[in-house]
Design a protein around this ligand. Sequence first.
Ligand SMILES: Cc1ncc(COP(=O)(O)O)c(C=O)c1O
Length: 294
Amino acid sequence: MAAIPYDDRDGYIWMDGSFVPWRDTKVHVLTHALHYASSVFEGERAYGGKIFRSLDHSKRLHNSAKIMGFDIPFSVEELEKAKKEALEKSGLDSAYVRAVAWRGSEMMGVSAQNNTIHLAVAVWHWGDYFADKMKGIRLTHAEWRRPAPDTAPCHAKAAGLYMICTLSKHAAEKAGYQDALMLDYRGQIAEATGANIFFVRDGVLHTPTPDCFLNGLTRQTTIALAKARQIEVVERAIFPDELATFSECFITGSAAEITPVAEIGAHRFTPGHISLTLAEDYSNLCNGKLELAL
Ligand SMILES: Cc1ncc(COP(=O)(O)O)c(C=O)c1O
């Protein structure tokens, strides 16, 4: 069955303060964000009618906008209310929540000092990010590298940074893989195209220090879950020549949740005890079956 295009669905999207019929939430073709990537967004999941770490996502959206040089004209509290209402109006219990803020159409050059800032929240059903994910996904190596912190605003969840992610993901899919491992500008392991990465060696978790890519909320949750189980977590620079020394690997993200990795290029990993335990803990936490101070 063909997927329903995202602009041709029933329901409502919250946009600039009110609910608008889904098909009518349009922007003009001369919108600054479309030409200059002046847009920031969040990807969140709701479980059992509650958005997981909703407030942290809303705060991050505001912070991403600040990094990009604009203020969202709705407070974090107003955004929280909009997301809650959008979820309720969708009638969905488990759902994906997309908040997006962008520069509008008043100025159409590199400079857009006075453009109106818009905000929208859409909610839809989105199953697993990867088909059959607990078997472990296959990653190839990306050609593109995460840029240095003085090359791009790497801690904002900003649309422009996804240019190299889409290129890498498309190349991976074309080659028969599900995703790609991106290195950073120094040649260190960074992350996948839309998720952070963890490795296991001798019962210890190793994950790259997020100094030039998003320190994902799922990454932070995973570290807290591991610590609650007395699993040692080491955040450090990890180079590709270490891949052969790891027994397990998984990626983390709001969309991907905790997804085991079976393969990165020539290297093989087994979705083992630590990956599966943390994936289960994460699922229990999101579904309110486990308590954890975050
Ligand atoms: C490039 C990238 N890195 C990491 C993440 C993980 O972030 P989070 O766990 O906050 O969803 C995401 C997903 O939002 C992402 O797009």
